[in-house]
Design a protein around this ligand. Structure first.
Ligand SMILES: [Fe+2]
Length: 219
């Protein structure tokens, strides 16, 4: 920010600086989310149903990736989603809160991580590519990243609610970055962290009675 005669003036940043800021924030959100998931063994991902608003950790991850699909790729480019059969299940307006605990409806950890990382890679590539960011693009990228940050808080709240120890994210970030070249949890475990076993739910999700479609506004 620049100060001029007591007024705060909006700093004018270049397109390059705006893209760098977005990429930095996107990567922080990705690493923080991954850390909160891969630091839990498979059985700890099965948190008990909690009617007060806590969500299952893997649903939080899939839902936050889906948000980028709706508000970046679909809205800006008209791109169909990664897996249309999952659209209503990742959408908080279309899946009942209690149904988010139906593990047979959702992919397991490895598959969810693959989905999450695929979408994040695509978002990063979209930010890097193209020319000048439009105001709409800048708004929607920030909107989706801030939404992700809200769900990181929600993941931490979930862990606290079920009594899991706090995660010292700064330590895990170093491990995740060091292992990034090994494609974290996509093909092999992260050194120093828990393994990511093959999904127990490799079959397609069952059909769920869904709520009527409404505008694409997710919570
Ligand atoms: Fe949300």
């Amino acid at each position: 920010m620049l100060l001029h005669r007591g007024f705060r003036l909006r700093e004018i940043r270049s397109n390059h600086e705006q893209k760098k800021e977005l990429l930095d924030e996107l990567e922080k959100a990705r690493v923080r989310t991954e850390s909160l998931i891969v630091s839990l063994p498979e059985d700890k991902l099965e948190v008990p149903y909690h009617p007060g608003g806590v969500n299952p950790p893997l649903w939080e991850m899939g839902h936050s990736a889906f948000f980028y699909e709706v508000f970046v790729f679909n809205l800006l480019d008209g791109t169909p989603s990664y897996d249309p059969s999952m659209d209503d299940l990742w959408d908080s307006f279309h899946v009942d809160h209690k149904d988010r605990w139906s593990r047979d409806l959702f992919p397991g950890r490895e598959e969810t991580l693959k989905y999450f990382n695929t979408i994040y890679d695509r978002v990063a590539e979209r930010i890097k590519g193209g020319g000048e960011l439009s105001d709409q693009e800048l708004y929607l990228y920030r909107f989706a990243i801030y939404h992700q940050n809200m769900h990181i808080e929600s993941l931490i709240w979930c862990r606290q609610t079920v009594g899991y120890p706090a995660l010292w994210i700064t330590k895990v970030i170093g491990l995740l970055r060091a292992s990034r070249s090994a494609v974290m949890c996509r093909s092999r475990p992260v050194a120093g962290l828990l393994a990511c076993p093959v999904s127990r739910n490799s079959t397609r999700p069952k059909t769920l009675p869904l709520m009527p479609r409404s505008p694409p506004v997710l919570r």
